[in-house]
Write a protein that binds this ligand. Structure first.
Ligand SMILES: Cc1cc2nc3c(=O)[nH]c(=O)nc-3n(C[C@H](O)[C@H](O)[C@H](O)COP(=O)(O)OP(=O)(O)OC[C@H]3O[C@@H](n4cnc5c(N)ncnc54)[C@H](O)[C@@H]3O)c2cc1C
Length: 356
């Protein structure tokens, strides 16, 4: 997305990806929800989530018609008095985060069962958000990248292995083999952002991992579900969801497990597999978890210092770190990209629009 927004200007861009394919790390291991923006109380995320989801809807999705998408409501479910308090808090947070009140409602049991007849009878109250959507993040990334073919060089299987600064320029070594020279570096490397920033002598910071595991159920289960169903967020990050997927199957997950080694961020464990099943059935007792057809996982990257997105200069203003892009990073991505453009402009970099 950063590349897409930078390509609007007359500048030369090289995007480097160490894997053979784009979007083969965190961007393929998530729920694919464009969140309405009521959930987060972290200040940078709160602003960029709302702005990002609006940009997806107003600019990106209308332009890239091949990105699979669906407008789907989110329903956050409370089980009992304690969780009902959380529903009220989430509603207020949504209003504080400047969501349009026309998109946010607290609803009672009667309305919940009218909208979701198969949800657990133990549900007592819910928050309904009507501004959410779901997309396929992998196809989205690849479609957007494909559109940039004439405007930017995108190299896959190209790992940044060393960065040095000389004469106000960066010498970026690729695959321990050859070098390119850049005036500016934007470091948006997910779990590796601290490694790259430290390698470039642009400052180090602490990142953590938070792995989430999923189960994907057969298409037979999907007829039971009409919204993205969340359990009130507690220890499981944004909360485990039960949701119809764009391919017609049902998604159940994710869990949230801190501090797994980077190399194990897409691991699946029996323990979490069972846990997802239990929570899935808590939300919807009739969900047949034996119809699991696929499992996958991904890991959020957490910027430990603030637990918020960190989009800022390194030691030099020519180096920008885009770190700690945890959920709702997908929703926020167009707005994150515009923050990067702003940082470049604030460093007096002349950005001239291509059509000027
Ligand atoms: C379980 C889970 C659920 C989520 N659900 C949602 C959701 O529903 N909605 C939402 O908005 N967000 C969600 N998110 C968050 C979203 O997935 C992330 O914010 C987003 O994918 C982060 O993208 P990224 O580009 O920063 O990182 P990544 O996708 O990890 O991309 C970083 C890239 O940098 C590359 N790289 C690393 N080191 C190097 C190097 N040395 N040289 C070259 N390339 C390198 C990597 O290979 C990788 O491709 C979820 C995340 C998780 C884990």
């Amino acid at each position: 997305m950063i590349n897409y927004y930078l390509c609007k200007y007359k500048i030369k861009i090289l995007q480097l990806e160490k894997n053979n394919y784009l979007a083969d790390e965190t961007t393929r291991g998530n729920s694919g929800v464009l969140h309405g923006g009521f959930d987060t109380d972290r200040p940078v995320e709160a602003v960029l989530n709302l702005k990002g989801t609006n940009l997806w809807k107003s600019e990106i999705l209308p332009k890239f018609k091949r990105i699979p998408r669906i407008n789907i409501n989110s329903l956050i479910l409370a089980f009992g008095k304690e969780e009902e308090v959380e529903i009220d808090k989430l509603y207020q947070r949504g209003i504080d985060n400047k969501l349009d009140p026309k998109d946010l409602f607290v609803i009672d049991r009667e309305e919940i069962f009218r909208r979701e007849p198969n949800v657990s009878k133990e549900v007592t109250k819910a928050l309904l958000c009507t501004s959410s959507a779901a997309i396929d993040p992998v196809i989205a990334t690849r479609e957007i990248a494909r559109s940039l073919e004439n405007d930017a060089d995108i190299l896959t299987a190209s790992e940044v292995t060393k960065i040095t600064r000389k004469d106000n320029k960066y010498i970026v070594e690729i695959n321990n083999d050859y070098e390119v020279i850049a005036k500016n570096v934007i470091n948006a490397s997910g779990h590796y952002t601290n490694i790259i920033s430290t390698m470039a002598d642009e400052g180090s910071f602490k990142l953590n991992t938070k792995r989430g595991e999923y189960r994907v159920l057969s298409i037979d289960e999907t007829k039971k579900i009409h919204n993205v169903l969340f359990k009130v967020p507690k220890i499981y990050g944004k909360g485990v969801i039960v949701a119809p997927m764009l391919d017609g199957r049902t998604l159940v997950g994710p869990t949230a497990e801190d501090g797994v080694p980077i190399k194990e961020t897409s691991l699946i464990t029996q323990e979490k597999f069972d846990l997802i099943g239990k929570i899935g059935n808590k939300i919807m007792p009739s969900l047949d978890l034996s119809k699991t057809e696929r499992i996958y996982s991904g890991s959020r990257s957490i910027y430990v210092d603030t637990n918020d997105f960190h989009i800022n200069y390194g030691n030099n203003k020519e180096f920008i770190n885009v770190a700690g892009i945890q959920s709702p990073g997908l929703s926020s991505s167009p707005a994150i990209a515009l923050e990067v453009v702003k940082l470049l402009k604030n460093n007096n970099i002349k950005l001239i629009m291509k059509n000027e």
